[in-house]
Design a protein around this ligand. Structure first.
Ligand code: NDP
Ligand code: GDR
Length: 361
């Protein structure tokens, strides 16, 4: 039985990848960091009693900023495949916490690669690094492919640039099977609530049910190549099954703006949008007409923005047989549907007098 270790198993991709590997018969180990409250919502359905004899899903406490925990877990598990998905993954937050972002996102990758070396696992453990389209930042070529020069535009992207190159370097220096998946934005109902897609679908669902007044966003003209996380984790696995380790761009090759995303999401649930500038006095949502107002709040602008990203997945299509199954419309509609269910559940709790936290970002 193959063993995989996933860092970032409690995140969006980690949860989908864990499901996929369990389906494929792997023993799946996950690194989770300590938190004061449970942080395993996305993987609770995979939980197995620690006393079960045939357990194939095992969690370990550790942190990308703590070498000793990484070496200990790697020594214990001796994985065939190591997926480094853990990161402080929010671009805007990286401007507020640049040093921590560098520590976890840049040095975290180095610590894992060093653990492979220290333990003499160079010929055993295959390494996947979660690289990102944010490396292209201020784009030098359209569409972006594996050979497009990088120009990172945030502390997050700069940290991920280090992780990208240290992965390439350890592959060349020590013969480790190590590769970068340069993934463009991928979303889904499990997306963190403060990324723009989920923020939109969650807010529109709550507005429709009268639980939120208005949706505030930043740069509506930013363009992204959005795919579905379920499709993308399959490629992460496939990259580790090749004869030679290589780096791949994973993208859909189609681009939409934030404004397009809001428009499609609103239409799919019968809301009529009105776009506003700052300081709007009018009512945010009128249930009688279905008119819903979206306002721009400059607090969501970034000191340096990535205006446009569009990937060219030709290499992945030709070498990995990559064809994204879930298109933009289906992605938006699935996210809207799931957030409506969540909002309905919250509305029900509220109606019964139970407190519901009004968390929006
Ligand atoms: P999430 O933010 O959903 O998940 C990040 C995971 O990393 C969580 O499990 C989080 O734990 C964990 N984590 C954060 N810091 C540490 C740390 N110091 N030590 C250990 N674990 C830590 O990200 P996604 O699932 O969306 O993305 C997965 C990876 O892919 C990330 O590296 C991201 O940067 C990268 N990426 C994502 C893309 C996307 O569009 N989703 C596109 C390209 C790259 P906790 O749950 O406790 O917070
Ligand atoms: P991104 O994702 O920065 O591309 O990084 P995010 O969804 O945060 O932003 C996408 C674009 O939307 C604009 N935007 C807003 N963004 C947020 N979060 N909130 C807002 O209110 C808002 N309004 C407009 C942003 O300015 C940006 O242009 C994601 C992360 O998953 C990274 O970890 C990953 O590497 C990249 O995708 C590929």
């Amino acid at each position: 039985m193959k063993k995989a270790l996933i860092t970032g198993i409690t995140g969006q991709d980690g949860s989908y990848l864990a499901e996929l590997l369990l389906e494929k018969g792997y023993e799946v180990h996950g690194l989770k960091r300590r938190s004061s409250l449970f942080n395993t919502d996305r993987i609770d359905h995979l939980y197995q009693d620690p006393h079960a004899a045939d357990r194939r899903f095992i969690l370990h406490h550790g942190d990308l900023t703590d070498s000793s925990s990484l070496i200990r877990i790697m020594q214990q598990v001796q994985p065939d495949e190591l997926y480094n998905l853990a990161a402080q993954s929010h671009v805007a937050v990286s401007f507020e916490e640049p040093e921590y972002t560098a520590n976890s996102d840049a040095l975290g990758a180095l610590r894992l690669l060093e653990a492979i070396r220290i333990l003499g696992l160079e010929q055993k453990t295959r390494f996947y690094q979660a690289s990102t389209s944010e490396l292209y930042g201020l784009v030098q070529e359209v569409p972006q492919r594996e050979t497009t020069p990088f120009y990172p535009r945030s502390p997050y992207a700069v940290a991920k640039l280090y992780a990208y190159w240290i992965t390439v370097n350890y592959r060349e220096a020590y013969g480790i099977y190590a590769c970068n998946g340069i993934l463009f934005n991928h979303e889904g109902p499990r997306r963190g609530e403060t990324f723009v897609t989920r923020k939109i679908t969650r807010a529109l669902a709550r507005i429709k049910l009268g639980m939120q007044e208005r949706l505030y966003l930043g740069n509506l003209d930013a363009k992204r190549d959005w795919g579905h996380a379920r499709d993308y984790v399959e490629m992460q696995w496939l990259m580790l099954q090749q004869e030679q380790p290589e780096d791949f761009v994973i993208a859909t090759g189609r681009q939409y703006s934030v404004r397009d995303f809001v428009t499609h999401a609103a239409e799919s649930v019968g809301l009529h949008l009105r776009w506003e500038g700052e300081g709007v006095e009018e009512k945010g949502y009128d249930a009688a007409t279905g008119v819903c107002r979206v306002a721009v709040d400059p607090r969501y602008f970034r000191p340096t923005e990535v205006e446009t990203l569009l990937g060219d997945p030709t290499k992945a299509r030709e070498q990995l047989g990559w064809i994204p199954r879930i298109g933009f419309e289906e992605l938006v509609e699935e996210m809207m549907r799931e957030d409506l269910k969540e909002a309905e559940r919250d509305a029900l709790c509220q109606a019964q007098g139970y407190p519901v936290l009004a968390r929006h970002e």
